[in-house]
Ligand binder design. Structure first.
Ligand code: NAP
Length: 333
């Protein structure tokens, strides 16, 4: 922290997500400072810093981690680089917010989480929806008992990728629809069921580049609890989810990055009520405010990667393996 108490953030790469989502949310959070951005090319970092109001630009990611004035690091790199740079950031004693998915395999996730445990690092995976009012309200309804017991979740996340020059289409960088957006569906289910899946299956349509461009699957959370998910990068935006309970259900137009227009519909006993729990604040703001409050010892940490990330990594691994034919797609009992 600097003299006026701002949390000082370092940003790894001049990524679109840093420009479009993280920095507007950091500005809205109010008590953090974008102190340094590192990019592979210094000119690119300088251009980014100048246009986004970041104090300093440096060449390379190490130079961000070497800066002793930096409290927290945002890892906005392609998926295949998350593990390496998250570990390096934790080794440099930084608090870390790493983009989703934390890693590109369950085994790699276990390695990163082992380092986080051993070094007692504060590490978050950038699923920001659990910090939003929308999710709090959903959880309140699902656990409140009025619509019975949670049985099943149906979750979509589709969007239309513009152009082919994109990290999401590069297998060597951990691209593919499952890693990019399927992780949201699986994360939602692990949080609501409160446990990892026990088995799963999936089928993918592959892009010419080799990644899964569309993928659908089923994960079995045991005790008759299932997630049916569908995600991809070649259809109109669709983030619709149904949370099906024994005496009713909740339908959500977008639980992942909700805006004030996004509805949460509760169906129970033939009646439907509609709520719009989300405000206009940027999607990342609540998560960043929480991280700042933890650093100021004003709140205990919630949704740390050491708690939340492995169940999602396991679900992703089931779906990834099945879609690649690495393990037989398992029939559900
Ligand atoms: N949480 C969310 O809501 C959300 C939304 C979108 C994306 N994401 C995640 O954010 C991450 C970045 O996504 P993005 O859409 O922002 O990607 P992007 O615009 O393509 O940025 C990726 C950055 O990675 C760096 N990079 C390092 N090695 C690279 C390589 N070999 N090839 C290409 N780029 C390389 C580049 O950095 P330099 O600047 O150093 O050149 C580039 O700025 C991904 O993990 C994605 O899943 C999260």
């Amino acid at each position: 922290m600097n003299d006026n108490g701002s949390i000082r953030w370092g940003i790894l790469s001049a990524a679109s997500i840093a420009r479009g989502s993280f920095l507007p949310a950091l500005r809205a959070a109010g008590d953090g400072k974008a102190a340094v951005v590192g990019a592979r090319d210094l000119r690119r970092a300088e251009t980014f810093a100048a246009s986004e109001g970041v104090e300093r630009a440096v060449e390379g990611y190490d130079a961000v981690l070497d800066d002793p004035s930096i409290d927290a690091v945002y890892v906005a790199l392609p998926n295949s680089l998350h593990a390496e740079w998250t570990i390096r950031a934790m080794d440099a004693n930084k608090v870390v917010l790493c983009e989703k998915p934390l890693c590109v395999s369950e085994a790699e996730t276990e390695t990163v989480l082992r380092v986080a445990h051993e070094s007692r690092a504060l590490l978050w995976e950038a699923f920001v929806f659990p910090f939003r009012r929308h999710f709090h309200r959903l959880r309140e309804i699902v656990t409140g008992g009025d619509i019975g017991d949670l049985l099943s979740i149906e979750s979509n996340f589709h969007f239309q990728l513009q152009g082919r020059a994109n990290i999401r289409l590069m297998p060597e960088l951990g691209g593919g629809a499952l890693n990019d957006v399927g992780c949201y569906c699986i994360h939602l289910a692990t949080l609501l069921f409160g446990r990892p899946p026990a088995r799963g299956t999936a089928l993918a349509q592959r892009a010419a580049e080799g990644v899964d461009e569309e993928i659908a699957g089923v994960l079995d959370f045991v005790d008759a609890s299932t997630l049916i998910f569908s995600c991809g990068m070649s259809r109109e935006q669709d983030t619709f989810c149904r949370i099906i309970c024994s005496e009713g259900e909740v339908r959500l137009s977008n639980p992942f990055h909700p805006s004030p227009d996004d509805a949460l519909e509760i169906l129970c006993g033939g009646e439907t009520s509609v709520e719009h729990p989300s405000g206009p604040e940027p999607s990342f703001t609540a998560a960043i405010q929480h991280i700042h409050a933890v650093l100021r010892e004003q709140e205990p940490p919630r949704h740390l990667a050491t708690v939340d990330s492995l169940p999602t990594a396991r679900g992703l691994q089931f779906a990834r393996d099945a879609s690649l034919g690495r393990t037989p797609a398992r029939e559900l009992a």
